[in-house]
Design a protein around this ligand. Structure first.
Ligand code: IMP
Ligand code: MG
Length: 179
């Protein structure tokens, strides 16, 4: 385990099991269609790549970079689109893949944007859910794992752009960000 972590939340095998369950849920829901899966970068990148490869349903993929943090551990509340999608979502069944739903601000922003562009449907799959921190009333359609008010890193999730490449997810020691 990385020295800056307090404990592991999901190890490699636990992540793989969560990914398989989420892929099976999506396969059932989207059988016979070709949804457009969108990775909300950068946090969801690892989960996204594993998830779309675990699915049997063919999906097309696209990417959007959204930033809400600057460098700290608290969201600024105003998600900014740093890089937009390459393709149109008009008439598409969109599957938005998120790392974590925290305040919910990002999700609302993405939903309004994508539905506003004429998507046929909007489904959210998130690896983590932090319901105690929600400020807007939204929820992923499928969420793999619920956590309390802890700051977690690894498997795509960062603190100040660090720890994203850890192959597991752990709770960051408070001493790292409360200096
Ligand atoms: P929101 O507050 O729901 O808009 O979430 C914004 C983004 O904050 C998420 O997509 C994550 O990228 C990031 N975030 C929220 N909680 C954590 C955490 O515990 N660790 C790392 N990133 C987080
Ligand atoms: Mg994110």
């Amino acid at each position: 385990m990385h020295k800056d972590l307090e404990s592991i939340v999901l190890d490699k095998d636990q992540i793989a099991a969560k990914v398989a369950d989420a892929a099976a849920w999506l396969d059932k829901k989207f059988a016979g269609t070709t949804p457009l899966a969108i990775s909300v970068l950068k946090g969801s990148v690892m989960f996204f790549c594993d998830l779309v490869r675990a699915m049997e349903t063919p999906v097309q993929i696209d990417f959007m970079t959204v930033s809400s943090y600057g460098t700290g551990s608290k969201s600024t509340g105003v998600p900014k689109i740093v890089m937009d999608l390459a393709a149109s979502v008009e008439g598409r069944d969109v599957v938005l893949v998120e790392d974590i739903v925290d305040s919910g601000n990002t999700l609302v922003r993405m939903r309004d944007l994508i539905m506003g562009r004429g998507a046929k449907s909007f489904t959210v799959v998130s690896l983590f859910d932090k319901p105690s921190r929600r400020v807007v009333d939204v929820k992923a359609d499928y969420s793999c794992f619920e956590i309390g008010d802890e700051f977690i890193v690894g498997y795509g999730l960062d603190y100040a752009q660090q720890y994203r490449t850890l192959p597991y997810v752990g709770i960051l020691k408070r001493s790292v960000y409360e200096k």
